[in-house]
Write a protein that binds this ligand. Sequence first.
Ligand SMILES: Nc1ncnc2c1ncn2[C@@H]1O[C@H](COP(=O)(O)OP(=O)(O)OP(=O)(O)O)[C@@H](O)[C@H]1O
Ligand SMILES: [Mg+2]
Length: 588
Amino acid sequence: MLGLERSKDHPATPTDSRLARLVANTPTALAEKIRSATHLSGERRVVTALFADVVGSTALSAHMDPEDWTGIMNQAFELLVPAVFLYEGTIARLMGDSLLAFFGAPIAHEDDPIRAAHAALEIIATTQRFADEVRRVHGIDFAVRVGLSTGPVVVGDVGSDLVYEYTAMGDAINLAARLQSAARPMTVLIAENTYRFIAPVFECADLGKITIKGKTERIQVYEVVEPKSKPGMLRGLKGLSSPMVGRASELNELIHLTEIVQAGLGRTALVVGEAGLGKSRLVAELKSRLLDDESGTRTFEWVEGHCLSYGQGLAYHLLIDMVRSILGLGDKPSDENNYTYIRQIATHLLGEQAEEITPYLGHLLSLPLEPEVIERIRLTDPQSLQNQYLSSIRRILFAKAAHHPLILVCEDLHWADPSSVELLTKLLTLTNELPILFCFLTRPDRDAPGWRLVNAARDRLGNGLVEINLQSLTETDSRQLVANLLEIEALPEKVRAIILKKAEGNPFFVEEVIRMLIDQEVIVQKNGSWAVEKSIDTVEIPDNLQSLLLARIDRLPEDVKRALRVASVIGRRFSVRVLEQVMERQGY
Ligand SMILES: Nc1ncnc2c1ncn2[C@@H]1O[C@H](COP(=O)(O)OP(=O)(O)OP(=O)(O)O)[C@@H](O)[C@H]1O
Ligand SMILES: [Mg+2]
């Protein structure tokens, strides 16, 4: 087993001091989050371990001055580590010419495997650029390999110096190391334990089964190729579906708002609810109601901006996504053709005035611009530039709304970046002037920058704002959901009860518990229908459900976290409802 001892009794090795230097550069916001995260000592956490190693470093270093080699490695680590920080991973250890990072400890996110895969691809891309330089200067081929593995790991605490203090152990770490050594140079290799989480979001090449040192059975592996241009659904169960249960009054409220907008007025809808309660589903249902038939498509124009879970530090990322949607750029890659394209659209909408806005829209979207445009923007101060972005977007929206009433959805506002929020706050009053329905979807994260938009809407919009607070599904609706998803003639009451109890009225949790029962082959598909195969007496909380809950726990104040830890030792059961009550009492 690969232990990560860092004994305090031994003098610091060069690797230790290198690690200390690298973690000293942890971005402040991330450092604060790490310091306030749950104490981990000895805790079992589901993490995605990222293992990156330099290909053939012994042979490479043999041909050069050791100091040069150390210099190359120091530089390489300095370039690669920010990719880990960007996705809020932590550096667990440097070992010679390799790096081990964790995604999921000490800060847990619900999408840690996806973050790890992004970081891994970023490491490859950065190395590619660095390797060109190394080849030019030193004449050698510098390359890395990366392995990722997801599973339970026992982790130590992270000290005030942001370095893990004790050992970290677990099969996931060993497998990440083995996968790394089996990977082709400049690729990322994963096994089923990561693939199942990232497959909807990344193109992966199936490399079949391979033999891995230390494993008797051959294991299925995949190479992570690139993010999918159109990511699949992260939610839902393959082959199982249910019509939306309950939520009739909420849907009607939204439909009513669209009627007001169709009549020429502006409105704002705020849909608030904990993760998985069905905010996105509710709005997807609205969309299909409105746009499924031809007349709906002609009546409304539907625009969506999505936030990224790691996007709080990515300036304007929500706004950019929204503007791309407004301009119909969808998931087209950013290239020079896009600039011509947005100029055409703007000209179509605004005639000659288009020239006043296209440079700013192009700049906001990071499209390649003409040199004189770049020069003009370079001379604009940041505040004026922001005003230009704002007025360009306003003008496009005005022109669009002259043709069709607009429905503008901002998804996952709890992850929005402060600069997008600031601009959106300034766009709110458009509802006084235009037939536009803003639809903001957010979890109740009152500390997130996105919540400022919620407060601004409450302050400024009066009756123009309608709030929809999603609650847990009722017992009857939850039962209906289980029945719709699993059309099993005789689903034993015990199994049904377990699903309902674990899920606590959260439709996402209903799906996840069913997923777990399928994974554990408690429920199996036979001749096109589902059947119960085994009895279940003890059901463990599934991996991703657990990390989802842990992700929330990490946002709780210290004493509440302590209380929950105590509770989890007594009886390892997380109750979402209790958690919510505790949060409410704490004023969260
Ligand atoms: N009322 C419902 N009836 C049937 N299925 C539902 C219902 N609400 C949600 N679901 C399903 O539950 C899963 C989670 O819902 P959804 O993704 O909409 O949650 P969310 O509130 O948007 O969560 P997040 O905050 O993480 O974005 C989805 O697969 C969705 O289709
Ligand atoms: Mg959602």
